[in-house]
Design a protein around this ligand. Structure first.
Ligand SMILES: [Zn+2]
Length: 265
């Protein structure tokens, strides 16, 4: 005699599913999350954003969500990054940790390996995800609250008449300085959304190399250091700055995050 089994409900209860992993960003035109239009606030139908409601077609969040949402039968997701880089900054090395929260998912068991290869296939040469695994809600706060140092590489841009050989020599001479203690006043470019205050941060200049496209400097910096402003000085708001140490005007032309030093943190 067989016992009647409980029928599987056609639609299981919708709930949030959390998936964590790391992303690498290989291009300089991709924001981490949806870049809503500042004029129409995402409503769309304005000229500034060509009616899209956002300023870029894609973001890391959307490249992941377009594959993940349908698999989980989730309409929306929230993307929680362990910090973020500017849109024009590449995120290399082992990538940046994130948690993807799939809201009101009607499917709860998805093959994450298959999902990762589909995300990576569709975003090839732009972005990739690594090490996807299921996690608890509590991981969101954990990855956001962890403060890690980072390794960067930046190309320095100088006024046209500058001798790069001379600048490289000067940079090499700064390698012995070890850790520099910085006073960083909130950058002008973010002052409209962050409180204006002075932060103390530290960094170390670790290498200088001349490449075909210019002079590159490698840095290891505390969590929350503004690298572009350390290079330019941001009109004297970061002290000391690379411009000050090199005794010339200098800006950050290109920037890469090489590694987030989160092992054992
Ligand atoms: Zn708009």
């Amino acid at each position: 005699m067989s016992t009647p089994s409980t029928p599987t409900p056609r639609f299981p209860e919708a709930k949030s599913i959390f998936v964590e992993g790391r992303y690498r960003k290989l291009v300089r035109d991709l924001p981490q999350t949806v870049f809503f239009c500042p004029k129409c606030k995402g409503r769309g139908g304005c000229e500034y954003c060509d009616g899209l409601g956002k300023l870029t077609k894609d973001s890391v969040q959307e490249l992941i969500g377009r594959v993940a949402n349908p698999r989980f039968k989730a309409r929306r997701n929230k993307f929680h990054g362990a910090g973020r880089e500017d849109m024009d900054v590449r995120m290399l090395g082992r990538g940046r940790p994130f948690v993807l929260e799939l809201l009101k998912s009607k499917r709860h068991e998805v093959d994450l390996e298959e999902m990762a290869s589909e995300i990576n296939r569709r975003a090839e040469n732009r972005m990739e995800v690594l090490g996807l695994k299921y996690c608890q809600n509590s991981r969101v706060a954990e990855i956001k609250e962890r403060h890690c140092s980072k390794e960067y590489r930046a190309r320095l841009d100088f006024p046209a008449e500058t001798s790069l050989e001379e600048m490289e020599k000067k940079l090499q001479s700064l390698l012995v300085l070890g850790r520099l203690e910085l006073q960083q006043r909130t950058p002008q470019r973010v002052a409209h959304r962050r409180g204006d205050l002075v932060r103390e941060r530290g960094l170390e200049i670790t290498a200088a190399d001349q490449e075909a496209d210019g002079l590159w400097v490698s840095l290891r910096a505390d969590h929350g250091t503004y690298i572009k402003e350390f290079i330019s000085s941001d009109d004297g708001r970061t002290v000391p700055s690379l411009a000050q140490l090199l005794e010339t005007a200098c800006t950050c032309g290109l920037l890469d995050v090489l590694e987030i030093l989160d092992e054992g943190v």
